[in-house]
Design a protein around this ligand. Structure first.
Ligand SMILES: Cc1ncc(COP(=O)(O)O)c(C=O)c1O
Length: 444
């Protein structure tokens, strides 16, 4: 019986396949395989006509951070990420029989997009299992590329089990997006490109999820120039590679919600870890607010729309985690641009808040005619723009001729915000500055 629809697969789920049979044969924790340089060269040759050579250009942000920053713009790949490199190479390496049967993968986004797109262009059937938390934009894009998309699993771990089960039943090949050996080889081609574009770089900063990209790129770069520093970046919310390095092997590390959803892999790849562990010079963990800030700066200054995972490299610089790179030539991989428009709106607001350009405060003013007008005049005289304003009387415990005004305002920068705060404090006795966590702020 042909199985094309989700309903068919869900029916099949009743037939239990024991967990021990659900192992991914290419990613064996007992026998991890380290990638070598020859495989990356082979991959570069094979995918050369199907992948973009993305720019690696000097950024005008360089002077701001006192280093020569080059951005490797992998978000300009057709489906918006570097994942196409590994996906295309892996599909090209399949036997004719496997190409006919097709492949399956679990992915919350970029790997699924890359496989779907290149599967279509090479005529290979693709099934992707995406967790229910996968961004809608990515789910519908995979469908548009003609993939059989199954949304199943609360997280990527559950989706993977489901995908492995289908793989066993249908004889489909499961392709791990950060650990299949051919995926690592394909991702390594980004490293080759970087070296040809910026031959004398001192360091390369690479976001780390399951570890496939850093493993491939590190082999490519260190094989040709061992002096280049390889720096990995994770969000503090999902530090699985850092934890694996501490433990000496991949270890389950709970992922918490993060803007860098592409990096939320609880256990890094065994082959990726084996390959990368001796090649990484430093790992850093970035905070969420710096990821938001990096996304904002990339849009404003670089005209680049980059998703959270892709912006972590710049976030590490902004957070001041890499002071040793000052004066150096540094390539930062901007490796993905697939961010939901709604998420982008929220992220930009967070970024503006983190930079002190979006400020919230509560001030108590006179409720007599002109009281609020005086406040808004003070604000406008400073060139500050009011985004939201709300006034409340009923909850105040002080004199009945006072009113509490809550404002959200937009300023030029942190200095400008400070100027506003000082002016408000000079004029008004009761000012609460910054985020107000209690909804009914009680000013006596
Ligand atoms: C945009 C982006 N950057 C970085 C990564 C991390 O790659 P890897 O899982 O190979 O470490 C991912 C993974 O999906 C990604 O989507």
């Amino acid at each position: 019986m042909e199985h094309n629809s989700i309903a068919d697969y869900e029916e099949d789920e009743d037939v239990e396949i024991p967990d021990h049979m659900l192992r991914d044969e290419f990613c064996d924790p007992e026998n991890p395989v380290a990638l070598n340089f020859t495989e990356i060269s082979a991959a570069a040759y094979k995918i050369r006509d199907g992948i973009q050579q993305t720019p690696c250009s000097l950024s005008q942000m360089s002077s701001q951070y006192d280093m020569q920053i080059y951005f490797k713009k992998e978000f300009l790949q057709y489906t918006g990420s570097f994942k196409e490199r590994g996906a295309r190479y892996t599909l090209l390496q399949l036997s004719a029989d496997q190409q006919n049967k097709g492949v399956i993968a679990a992915s919350a986004g970029n790997h699924a997009l890359a496989l779907s797109f290149h599967g279509k262009s090479l005529g290979i059937p693709i099934t992707v299992v995406m967790p229910i938390v996968a961004p809608l934009m990515k789910v519908s894009a995979c469908r548009q590329y003609g993939a059989n998309v199954i949304v199943k699993g609360n997280d990527i771990g559950e989706s993977k089990k489901f995908a492995l089960r289908i793989a066993k039943k249908k004889g489909l090949l499961y392709i791990n997006g950060y650990d299949h050996p051919n995926i690592l080889a394909g991702q390594g081609t980004m490293g080759l490109e970087i070296l040809s574009q910026v031959p004398d770089l001192d360091a390369c900063v690479i976001p780390v999820g399951g570890g496939g990209l850093i493993a491939g790129a590190a082999v490519a770069i260190k094989s040709l120039n061992p002096n280049v520093q390889i720096i990995g970046v994770e969000s503090v919310q999902c530090a699985s590679f850092s934890e694996a390095l501490k433990a000496g092997h991949p270890i389950y590390t709970q992922s918490k919600s993060t803007l860098a959803d592409g990096l939320a892999v609880p256990t890094v790849g065994v082959n990726a870890f084996e390959t990368a562990k001796g090649l990484i010079d430093k790992m850093v963990l970035v905070k969420e607010e710096y990821i938001a800030l990096a996304i904002l700066r990339l849009i404003e200054q670089e005209k680049a729309v980059v998703e959270g995972a892709g912006a972590t490299g710049l976030a590490a610089i902004i957070q001041g985690l890499l002071p040793e790179l000052k004066g150096k030539k540094v390539v930062i991989a901007l490796c993905g641009g697939n961010i939901d428009t709604t998420a982008l709106g929220r992220v930009l607001e967070r970024g503006l808040a983190a930079e002190g350009r979006l400020v919230r405060f509560v001030v108590t003013v006179s409720d007599r005619p002109g009281g609020i007008a005086e406040l808004t005049r003070l604000i406008s005289d400073l060139g500050v723009s009011i985004k939201d304003i709300l006034h409340e009387r009923a909850w105040l415990k002080s004199d009945v001729f006072s009113v509490q005004v809550k404002c959200v305002v937009e300023t030029r920068d942190m200095e400008h915000s400070k100027e506003l705060e000082q002016s408000l404090r000079k004029k008004y006795a009761q000012v609460i500055w910054g985020p107000v966590h209690q909804e009914n702020v009680d000013i006596d």
